[in-house]
Design a protein around this ligand. Structure first.
Ligand code: URA
Length: 438
């Protein structure tokens, strides 16, 4: 390195702007194992305290992108797009949005993560389908995208290895909540994945990583300007995560709900359908250069005419998954026991606390506290009601499912009951999209 790390740390501590070349050198040296963790932790803390300029954030993002393989989609005839969500309770939107956008002629290469903590990961959710391989090689990932238009698989070790190393360090040094570090972490992986268009769902509220509107809007702005600075088309929606999305929270439960939406069956969760169409339409409009209204109509049509489901079914098949077997196993709850939560009074559903619902699902085995924890695919919470519904005393509010931890069902049902606020007053309409950043 031209500038010694100690000098970089002094400069960053004093709030100076670092030249891009120094940031690139630092990340390259850290990836090669030439910068010790204590110096990198000091760097992360200095960034946490003093922030980074847009130019520094872009340099950090590009340096982390360049620490591993970069995918090239120039041999795919369609425009490429991906959606990234910062994660929320019941957030199964990727399962619908990615095949929906693909059904409109976009190629959707989607490298995704595993869940850690209260909110689940798309890869885990998909693995509740028997046989689904969410750990494809990058070569097989490319083949699936080329064949059916989309693929969802876990990012491999070749993609942005600097982020893997740095994130593990941030996790134990109190340096996760820093917008430039979060932006570089998310974007470096997405840029290496190679989609030309990136659409971000930045969740905001009790069940989200970003609790306030200010934090969420700041992150969304930084993601969009970072993606554009790196030459991609990008937009973001800041969306509400105070209440769970849809009815289902838990892996197989969420796959079942997604299949129902894609097939036009089941209870039609209005929030899931609205957000799926809004995100997929932005992916289509931005990447194909069509009007948003036209893209929105195509998305609505493809949810109704089965084209989006056909892409999903083909993608699952190409990943080795067996949807018929999934339907057979989970038609009866996948062997899980269940307990209901009943309404203590009559009235309207004023609020359902996303964090309380997520905690119940997590405690029943739907998530993992450590990366090597096992997940009970059948466990979780299936809401019977959504915001604004009228309920009568004694009517079911939710059903909890668990197999291995079925002994916890009663205690979790008691905690889950606290999530619901029932009022005599008709509640205000739930606003899903809080802000758009272009
Ligand atoms: N998700 C990421 O991938 N990185 C962060 O830093 C935070 C959330």
């Amino acid at each position: 390195m031209e500038t010694p790390v100690k000098i970089l740390l002094d400069r960053k501590r004093e709030g100076c702007e670092l030249p891009s070349s120094d940031i690139h050198d630092l990340i390259a040296a850290y990836t090669r194992g030439e910068v010790p963790d204590y110096q990198m932790a000091a760097f992360a803390m200095a960034v946490c305290c003093n922030g980074m300029t847009g130019a520094e954030t872009l340099a950090l993002t590009e340096a982390m992108r360049d620490s591993g393989d970069k995918m090239d989609w120039s041999d795919v005839s369609r425009p490429t797009a991906d959606k990234h969500s910062t994660g929320g309770v019941g957030d199964k939107l990727s399962l619908i949005i990615q095949p929906l956008a693909a059904s409109c002629g976009v190629a959707v290469p989607s490298l995704t993560g595993r869940g850690l903590g209260l909110t689940g990961g798309t890869a885990d959710t998909l693995e509740s389908i028997p046989g689904y391989n969410a750990s494809l090689t990058l070569a097989d990932f490319k083949k699936v995208v080329a064949s059916c238009g989309c693929s969802m698989t876990v990012q491999t070790a070749e993609i942005a290895p600097a982020d893997k190393k740095l994130y593990a360090l941030r996790d134990v040094t109190g340096t996760v909540p820093s917008i430039p570090l979060i932006v570089a972490s998310i974007l470096s992986k997405k840029l290496a994945e190679g989609a030309e268009t990136l659409v971000f769902d930045v969740k905001c509220g009790r069940g989200a990583f970003m609790k306030t509107r200010e934090q969420a809007v700041a992150l969304a702005n930084a993601l969009v300007s970072g993606a554009k600075g790196a030459g991609r088309k990008a937009s973001a929606l800041v969306t509400s995560m105070d209440e769970p999305l849809g009815f289902a929270v838990g892996n197989a439960l969420e796959v079942k709900e997604s299949i129902d939406v894609l097939k036009g069956e089941g209870r039609h969760p209005a929030d899931i359908i609205e957000l799926s169409v809004e995100f997929a339409a932005r992916m289509v409009a931005l990447s194909k250069g069509t009007a948003l209204d036209v893209a929105r109509k195509e998305c609505h049509d493809n949810l109704k005419n089965g084209k989006a489901y056909a892409v999903f079914a083909e993608m699952v098949k190409l990943h080795g998954g067996n949807l018929a077997e999934f339907e057979r196993i989970y038609a009866e709850g996948g062997g899980a026991s269940s307990v209901e939560v009943l309404a203590p009074v009559s009235g309207f559903i004023l609020d359902i606390d996303a964090e309380t619902v997520a905690r119940a699902a997590f405690n029943l085995g739907a998530g993992r506290a450590k990366t090597d924890d096992a997940i009970d695919m059948s466990s979780g919470v299936l809401l019977s009601v959504v915001h604004g519904d009228r309920v009568e005393k004694g009517q079911p509010l939710a059903k909890l499912f668990a197999k291995d931890r079925s002994a916890l069902l009663d205690v979790e049902a008691k905690s889950l009951a606290e999530a619901f606020v029932i009022s005599e007053e008709f509640p205000s309409v739930r606003r899903l999209i809080i802000e758009e950043i272009q």
